[in-house]
Ligand binder design. Structure first.
Ligand code: SAM
Length: 237
């Protein structure tokens, strides 16, 4: 299969064409199927599909690889359980605190967060802490940044925003990719959307392969990729 490409294809069909143990890191950001957000099928069907994907991730990801799945409870909590049943080691529940996302909700709290659940394929999965900028402007190596990550939402008005409604911050993708992989490793994103994962891979000299069912989003991602060059200077995580 040709690499460094986003295929306009259903991800389950596409993933079957990839070799066993060929992937270092999978970033999986499916439609969430949450009430008030994007319910499109009954939850048992959704969980059944998530389990089929989990089996495929287990076949594809290398023994020292990692999978990150995005979502929110209660669906994501159930996916954590099924990923463990399928053989993954659950390690982290990272909360994206959407600092600008408070809405006027009269009868409950604003859902100003999303979650990234992290799964290792084995106890030997790659992991490295990244240098982060200190207040003085220098970089501190090996800082543990913890599991609450602050970032504004990525609207179409944001400087990196596209017209995709659920775009993830490029900063988070860079962080995941640098933490869980090395240069030239192969990264998979089954739900590419606006192409954030592919952009981070291109910047960071990783190979990538991705799937996206909506042809408009594939075009959008490819246009975004045309403007990207490899990052030469130190990144801000
Ligand atoms: C939550 S969005 C991903 C957003 C992406 N992480 C970004 O930063 O732009 C999920 C994407 O999955 C796509 N999608 C839904 N079902 C799919 C499938 N079966 N195979 C591939 N893509 C699919 C949707 O069109 C949507 O663009």
């Amino acid at each position: 299969m040709e690499l460094n490409k986003i295929y306009n294809e259903d991800c389950m069909q596409g993933m079957r064409k990839l070799d066993n143990n060929s992937i270092q890191f999978i970033f999986s950001d499916p439609p969430y199927n949450l009430i008030g957000l994007d319910v499109f099928m009954d939850s048992r069907t959704y969980i059944g599909m998530a389990r089929q994907r989990a089996k495929e991730y287990l076949r594809l990801v290398d023994y020292n690889g990692t999978v990150v799945i995005c979502g929110r409870p209660p669906i994501l909590a159930e996916i954590v359980l099924l990923m463990q049943e399928e053989g993954f080691i659950f390690t982290d529940w990272i909360t994206w605190w959407k600092v600008d996302s408070i809405t006027a909700k009269k009868d409950g709290y604003s859902k100003n967060y999303e979650v990234f659940a992290v799964f290792r394929r084995s106890p030997f999965s790659k992991f490295k802490h990244l240098p982060v900028p200190s207040k003085s402007g220098n970089y501190n190596a090996n800082v543990n940044i913890g599991s609450i990550w602050k970032h504004c939402k990525i609207s179409s008005q944001h400087k990196e925003g596209t017209k995709h409604p659920t775009q993830k911050p490029i900063k988070f993708l860079r962080r995941f990719i640098e933490t869980f992989s090395d240069e030239s490793d192969l990264i998979l994103d089954p739900f590419m959307g606006s192409g954030t994962t592919a952009v981070a891979c291109k910047e960071l000299r990783r190979k990538y392969v991705g799937f996206e069912i909506n042809p408009e989003y594939v075009n959008m991602a490819n246009k975004r990729l045309e403007t990207i060059t490899e990052i030469q200077e130190k990144l801000k995580y």
